[in-house]
Design a protein around this ligand. Structure first.
Ligand code: CTP
Ligand code: MG
Length: 225
């Protein structure tokens, strides 16, 4: 992707895209399902490449679809086989990042509409010295803790809660150590960094960085495009 005529950024972006998309219902792996005529993954990678900070993109594809995924993305995007869990897919992609990239973002393919402004904000916070940065939004629903039998146990103070999005940004050694030392399987990378006792910072997320998870999300995303 880096050419002599075109100066690209110093940030590598990992895109875990190997999930099945079970909650979206039967069909192709989620990252390959169409949104306004193009796979979700193509939208996500386009927004990353539209962010000047990003100089390297590594996609973790469904293991049987590596060649098909490479063919749908611009030349220079690296494609590796994903793993059985999101965490394993991120680890595979991280291992393929060229050594010169010292800032690494991890971005779900399922957040296909994430604006470059959010991607740039996360990268800027890492460049300014944060070892780990996550984009967040306030929680809008009232949240209750509920027991196994359906009984409400407590109402949680919503004002201290945030919904977490991607891309999550890291200085590379922090992310590498977090993955090397991971024991549990977590749904986000900042959670692994928290377990190291390293401070995780927040920046403002964006509603457009919503994760496409259920059929309604896909309809909303279609309407937004
Ligand atoms: N992911 C991955 N490898 C896996 C599982 C998930 O790369 N083994 C990726 C997905 O492709 C997605 C992101 O992690 O871009 C967030 O996961 P999620 O939204 O849960 O996607 P899926 O796992 O595909 O969906 P579901 O849980 O409904 O099956
Ligand atoms: Mg999943």
């Amino acid at each position: 992707m880096t050419t002599q005529s075109e100066q690209r950024g110093d940030v590598a972006a990992l895109v875990p895209a190997a999930g099945a998309g079970l909650r979206l219902g039967p069909g192709a792996p989620k990252a390959l399902r169409p949104l306004a005529g193009e796979p979700l993954l193509v939208h996500a990678v386009r927004n990353l490449l539209a962010t000047p900070d990003v100089g390297c993109v590594v996609v973790a594809a469904p293991p049987g679809e590596v060649d098909a995924v490479r063919a749908m993305l611009p030349e220079g995007v690296l494609v590796v086989a994903g793993g059985a869990t999101r965490q394993a897919s991120v680890a595979n992609a991280l291992a393929a990042v060229p050594p010169e990239f010292l800032i690494v973002l991890v971005h779900d393919a399922a957040r296909a509409l994430t604006p470059p402004t959010v991607i740039a904000r996360v990268a800027a916070a890492v460049r300014a010295g944060s070892r780990a940065v996550i984009p967040v939004l306030p929680v809008v629903d009232t949240i209750k803790q509920v027991g196994d039998d359906g009984e409400v146990l407590a109402t949680v103070d919503r004002s201290v809660l945030r919904a977490v999005q991607t891309p999550q940004g890291f200085d590379r050694p922090t992310l590498t150590t977090a993955h090397d030392q991971a024991s549990d399987d977590l749904t986000d990378d900042a959670g692994l960094v928290e377990k190291l006792g390293v401070r995780v910072d927040t920046v403002a997320g964006d509603e457009l960085a919503m994760k496409i998870t259920r059929p309604l999300d896909l309809k909303i995303a279609e309407a937004l495009l």
